[in-house]
Design a binder for this molecule. Structure first.
Ligand SMILES: NC(=O)c1ccc[n+]([C@@H]2O[C@H](COP(=O)([O-])OP(=O)(O)OC[C@H]3O[C@@H](n4cnc5c(N)ncnc54)[C@H](O)[C@@H]3O)[C@@H](O)[C@H]2O)c1
Length: 439
């Protein structure tokens, strides 16, 4: 516990900057070379940088290399990390070359989702541990390949579902599992975000200088450059992401799966999806979805609205564990229990409880990963957990794409029952020269 407290204190960053405090820089200088953990970042624009920031705040971690296919961002990040740590990371534009580094323990994958599988499998094959952002991959089949690779090559793989390290979520899970709320009948999840609509249409342009767009597309179909299908907004197109469903849905659904007695893949999934705001928006993915996942322990009820930003309990997004004795509502800011009323006893059935002021937990999820690199213990979000969470996002997306209100997934056979079109979307078709990895 004292280690955890020390870490929280020592990892406090200057807001939005990579700057490290003098005490961290001093602590770093005291770590013996043999105790250092050497990491590299692949895909350094936004979240990748955020995750790297939490790595380099740990005394034992050193960033030895950064790779990106956009040289403008790459050069900026190399300079920033060099200034923050006093040591310039090596520069790569091809992750395969980076993976040849001998003195490299782990990679952070902060690329768009369509790249996660190829890079993660290659990293495992090169003997590197992997922190891969969520969703684990952009398809059901690629998640499987990644889990197989981590297992075959005995690598630590942490999937970036950082809520598993968050205090509000850990306490909520403990309360649910302890039976405090009585029998849980439903887990209601809602996810309302303006950005879920995507951008307004923009014309195609020349490829920005310094960008290798063919490499950025990688295994995805060849296309002319359009800024909407690039940094940040790629997530609204099936070739690279799964929209709000796999962007936020995967985080929130993970919190329902996490409280199951035996976390399980979806079986029968019922999906309603529509696009109520599409005419002036450049997007493949859906803005409106309701999905029911009947599970052994309870029903998961997922409600998503891209383009709205208000929701139940005054929160744009959240999770409500609905028990016989009360409902616990949680998001990244905290939780609150709403007790049921007992009319006979004229009293609440349980005591109300509240936790406020919690924040993001990427730093703790990263600390857990680095600890597991050393101990070889299972991390907070191991590959199988990442795979199951991703399935809860990909299956409704597939249902919506093939127009099936009801789909049945047979996880043992890794197939949908009786839906050929859905089965065709289990794996993406890779564009040459990229080929789906064989494990
Ligand atoms: N855990 C979270 O809370 C959270 C939040 C946001 C994003 N994410 C995830 O992080 C990942 C990155 O999202 P983002 O918003 O940072 O995207 P982004 O578009 O801002 O950045 C992606 C970067 O990857 C680079 N890239 C693309 N292909 C590459 C390749 N083959 N090799 C090297 N670099 C490559 C791009 O040039 C870009 O710099 C996604 O998987 C996303 O779902 C997670």
């Amino acid at each position: 516990m004292s280690n955890r407290r020390t870490f929280i204190k020592s990892s406090a960053f200057l807001a939005g900057s990579l700057a490290l405090s003098p005490s961290i820089l001093y602590a770093k200088s005291q770590v013996a070379a043999s105790d250092k953990i050497r990491v590299a970042l692949i895909g350094c624009n936004n979240m990748g940088l955020g995750i790297l920031r939490h790595h380099i705040a740990l005394p034992e971690v050193e960033c030895v290399a950064i790779c990106d296919v956009d040289q403008n961002i790459l050069d900026k990040r190399i300079a920033e990390v060099g200034t923050a740590t006093g040591k310039k990371p090596q520069r790569f534009t091809d992750f395969r070359k980076l993976l040849e580094l001998k003195d490299l323990d782990a990679v952070i994958i902060g690329t768009p989702d369509h790249w996660h599988c190829l890079i993660a499998v290659a990293a495992c094959q090169a003997g590197k541990d992997v922190y891969v952002e969520k969703p684990m991959a952009n398809s059901i089949g690629e998640c499987d390949l990644m889990a197989q690779a981590a297992s075959k090559y005995s690598r630590i793989m942490q999937v970036g579902q950082q809520q598993r390290a968050g205090q509000a979520f850990i306490e909520s899970r403990d309360l649910v599992k302890s039976g405090y709320l009585g029998k849980i009948r439903k887990v209601n999840i809602w996810s309302n975000f303006n950005y879920g609509l995507g951008n307004e249409f923009k014309p195609a342009t020349a490829i920005p200088s310094g960008v290798d767009y063919d490499f950025w597309l990688g295994p995805a179909p060849k296309r002319e450059f359009n800024p909407n299908r690039f940094h940040g907004s790629w997530r609204h197109f099936w070739d690279y992401g799964g929209g709000l469903m796999s962007d936020w849905g995967v985080h929130l659904l993970d919190m329902a799966i996490w409280v199951e007695d035996n976390p399980s893949a979806p079986g029968h999934v019922m999906t309603y999806a529509s696009n109520v705001n599409k005419e002036n928006r450049d997007r493949d993915t859906f803005d409106t979805m309701n999905v029911l996942f009947p599970k052994k322990d309870f029903l998961i009820n997922y409600d998503m609205n891209g383009g709205l930003q208000t929701g139940p309990y005054g929160k744009p997004y959240g999770i409500a564990y609905v028990g016989d004795l009360g409902t616990l509502v949680v998001n990244r800011s905290g939780y609150e229990i709403y007790p049921e009323w007992d009319p006979t006893a004229e009293a609440n059935k349980i005591e109300a409880k509240k936790l406020e002021g919690t924040t993001e937990s990427h730093n703790l999820h990263v600390a857990n990963f680095v600890e597991c690199i050393k101990t070889r213990n299972e991390p907070n979000c191991p590959p199988e957990a990442g795979r199951i969470a991703a399935l809860h996002a990909h299956i409704p997306n597939i249902a919506a794409r093939v127009g099936a209100e009801s789909l049945v997934w047979d996880d043992a056979k890794r197939k949908f029952i009786g839906n050929k079109e859905a089965n065709e979307l289990i794996f993406p078709e890779y564009r040459k020269p990229w080929v789906l990895p064989k494990i």
